[in-house]
Design a protein around this ligand. Structure first.
Ligand SMILES: [Zn+2]
Length: 288
């Protein structure tokens, strides 16, 4: 599954100004807001690069079950549920291939009939002592915001169009929105801008998710860098560079354009770092 996205690129500044996106793309990036941090780590194969959360996840994977109260604890910690799971079925690109929306019953029908106990976590212990492993699919959860079915979308109205900035700011598609964005970015002439059509499949969605955690320009990071890489690969015949390496190369080129980067980082190193400064440090860190 994939979708097409129109990007408006500032060629001079080598940056994505914005994407003109329909509800399918916006549903996907809004769904990032519903993901538990553990799900993000799992989707990014423990390379989220967000602090030490990858290491924390890894330690839970490695911990012997004898140190836990039950097998359900492992399931609960490594596969936490999101209230929006059912809605993910309405996404145009399903980037989480894990089977979602399951519940579990006690294997004893007497328990199911008399107590109506249902667990959202596999391997939970029923009050009768049995492990609740009988899987059932649940319907759309009560209180759902509306979407979730095939063709229903998930969060935003299906016929809406949006402008999505490089920093994933989502705004209704309107002439005045675009004009103010161009002014905000200091783009002087429309002749500097070029349209670029890209395909968004699962791989791109996961790249956007990853860059959204550590960068303020995920669309430029991915699509303008990919353009350079494809040219490089064609010229020297090198095989595909993995996502981690791509991020590394891109970060280097963007940060290196700032002539004061070293003194900036030095300053961060000596001071108490705020959130944005931490990002600056992390970007520099990736250059090595
Ligand atoms: Zn039972």
């Amino acid at each position: 599954m994939s979708l097409i996205l129109n990007l408006l690129v500032d060629k001079k500044g080598n940056r994505v100004v914005c994407a003109e996106a329909d509800s399918e793309f916006v549903d996907i990036i809004f769904s990032f807001l519903t993901l538990p941090i553990t799900t993000i780590v799992r989707l990014l194969k423990k390379k989220s690069c967000v602090g030490c959360i990858d290491s924390l996840y890894q330690s839970m994977e490695n911990l012997h079950p004898k140190h836990l109260q039950s097998r359900a604890c492992t399931e609960m910690l490594l596969h936490p549920l999101s209230n929006s799971e059912k809605l993910y079925e309405g996404l145009a690109v399903k980037y989480d291939e894990r089977e979602l929306g399951n519940s579990y019953l006690c294997p004893k029908w007497a328990c199911v009939r008399s107590k109506s106990l249902v667990s959202s976590v596999k391997h939970a212990r029923c009050c009768c002592g049995e492990v609740m492993d009988r899987r059932v699919r649940v319907g759309k959860p009560l209180g759902s915001c509306g979407g979730g079915g095939e063709g229903d979308g998930a969060f935003v109205e299906g016929d809406s169009m949006f402008i999505v900035t490089d920093a994933l700011r989502v705004m209704p598609d309107a002439a005045e929105t675009f004009t103010s964005l161009v002014e905000e970015l200091g783009i002087e002439a429309e002749s500097d801008l070029e349209e670029m059509i890209v395909t968004i499949s699962k791989e791109e969605v996961l790249k956007i998710l990853k860059r959204a955690l550590i960068s303020e320009s995920p669309l430029s990071d991915i699509f303008l860098l990919n353009l350079k890489l494809s040219i490089d690969e064609a010229s020297d015949g090198k095989s595909k560079i993995d996502t981690h390496e791509k991020g590394k190369v891109e970060t280097k080129s963007r940060v290196a354009t700032k002539s004061n980067v070293k003194s900036h980082v030095k300053h961060i190193d000596l001071s108490h770092r705020s959130g944005s400064e931490t990002l600056g440090w992390k970007l520099f860190d990736h250059m090595h």
